[in-house]
Design a protein around this ligand. Sequence first.
Ligand code: SF4
Length: 329
Amino acid sequence: MDLELLRTTLDQAGEPSYRFDQAWAWQARGAADWEAMSDLPAPLRATLSEAIPFSTLKVENEAVSKDGTIKVLFSTHDGRPVEAVLMSYRDGRRSLCLSSQSGCPLSCTFCATGTMKFGRNLTAAEIVDQALHFRRLGDVNHCVFMGMGEPMMNLDNVLAACELLPDLGITSRRTAISTVGWAPGIDALAAQSRPIRLALSLHAPNDALRSEIMAVNDRYPIAEVLAACDRHYEARRRMTFIEYVMLAGVNDRYEQAVELAALLDPKRYKINLIPYNPTGSPYDGSSRAAIDAFQRTLEANGIGATVRLTRGQDIAAACGQLAANALAG
Ligand code: SF4
């Protein structure tokens, strides 16, 4: 919902300022529509429903995986595709994966979003409306900015959305922003006060390989990015999660695990190994045995690593699979 428009509309109608808080509280609790806001006078509800679309996004398609993961394809008012995902876990976590841009201007070679045409940055309202959609389906309590786009290239709007997420039940401690290493954004995140988690998509243990698979590395090489992550750690005292997608024969060899472990201070970094989801790219995912061996080598070399549970693979909702096929064509 466009909250600026809500505020102006209420002001112009001569309503007291607490009406804004009432309307937002309903939205944040997952109200289905204006009609549900029973403590707003009926004529005001009618005025608001005339003046303000309940969401800035339109649902174009919804897919439900056999593991319960829900992926929604939205479109913006100017027809831009946006995807977001809800993952539900047995321990009660209900985690959102949100998009910060429609498409992505960076072209990481393993990523489906990178093959789409870049549209534009999403507004804060368009980001929050992805979360509100899922809030209307039930509780939500975790969020990662790991959907379409590079969040650090749209950080002001991402942070404006993060201001509102706690009202939906997602605290800043349970919010993570994932970057491919946009160093100025990492410094900007360190400079703000919310305890938001930083995740770095590293995917290679040296610059030669990283530049081959992620062009952004030519702009911000590994040493520069890790220096920014270190500054973030010093400012916020929160470990950075290193995301490492496992590509068969590319970045999953024994010596690459040793090199990766040597690069990272185990007090500041924790590694998340991500099984790769085929997206019609030139890569294959590493086998389960290769991933396990890589994990064991990291641990033998002193750094903790977990293997991410793959969710929603059958509906192309897993990491690196968001590509808005239905709209992008
Ligand atoms: S991995 Fe992230 S930054 Fe790279 S192309 Fe995909 S969405 Fe963009």
